[in-house]
Design a protein around this ligand. Structure first.
Ligand SMILES: [Zn+2]
Length: 224
């Protein structure tokens, strides 16, 4: 069983679980920081429309189960011109995640301290997965201290030394793997990580599926 915690199908962010020939697709909903412009008008009506476009309706608790996580959402300092708006929207996403008890899949570029600050400010408790992590072990440790998960993808190929460093230091129960927009097969990503960690692919499959189960349990706990 291979969990791909963050990938895209038809421009939509999803979680994919591959079990032999069977693929299970779990939707995520959110507003990517790249989609924002400075004049993005935040209103409940817009947000609800966006969710409806993705087949989500908040009017009944049954519909709530139609998506798995809030994502991908986050902060990206390369897009400086919208950063303030990004912060505003990110906090709204956090409130949504907390109120419907869904984990978040987070896109973060050069804004790790702001992500941590937002978690503290909002006193969020839902699990957050930092996808496409590509930073230092020290930054990773700070995120782990705030109860976050780390997902690795392209860094395994593009910056092997850093990836080895991260994999050596990450507690396995906080690790995820992903393909994002790379077009790679998730099995290959697991094989690559196993090679760098010097462990079995089976170990990674078991561990990451267990980690995924922990995200899901959060949902079940809420009784939905
Ligand atoms: Zn993505």
């Amino acid at each position: 069983m291979f969990v791909d915690i963050h990938t895209h199908i038809d421009n939509q962010s999803v979680i994919k679980i591959v079990d032999g020939d069977v693929e299970k697709i779990l939707k995520t909903v959110g507003i990517h920081p790249w989609k924002l412009d400075r004049h993005f008008d935040w209103s409940e009506a817009k947000w609800r429309n966006l969710l409806r476009l993705r087949g989500v309706d908040f009017s009944t608790s049954v519909e709530m189960t139609r998506f798995f996580a809030i994502g991908e959402v986050g902060l990206d300092k390369v897009h400086k011109e919208t950063f303030e708006k990004q912060l505003e929207v990110f906090e709204e996403m956090i409130r949504l995640s907390e109120s419907c008890r869904k984990p978040m899949i987070i896109h973060c570029v050069r804004a790790y301290s702001e992500i941590i600050a937002a978690r503290k400010k909002t006193k969020a408790v839902m699990p957050w997965v930092i996808h496409g992590f590509n930073s230092s072990v020290e930054t990773m440790r700070q995120l782990l201290r705030h109860n976050m998960y780390i997902s690795l993808g392209e860094v395994l190929y593009r910056n092997e030394n850093q990836a080895i460093d991260i994999l050596k230091n990450i507690p396995p129960d906080r690790l995820f793997l992903e393909t994002d927009v790379s077009g790679r097969n998730i099995r290959d990503v697991y094989a690559k990580a196993a090679e760098l960690m010097n462990c079995d692919i089976d170990f990674l499959c078991r561990q990451i599926f267990e980690n995924y189960g922990r995200l899901e349990t959060t949902d079940t706990d809420s009784g939905r």
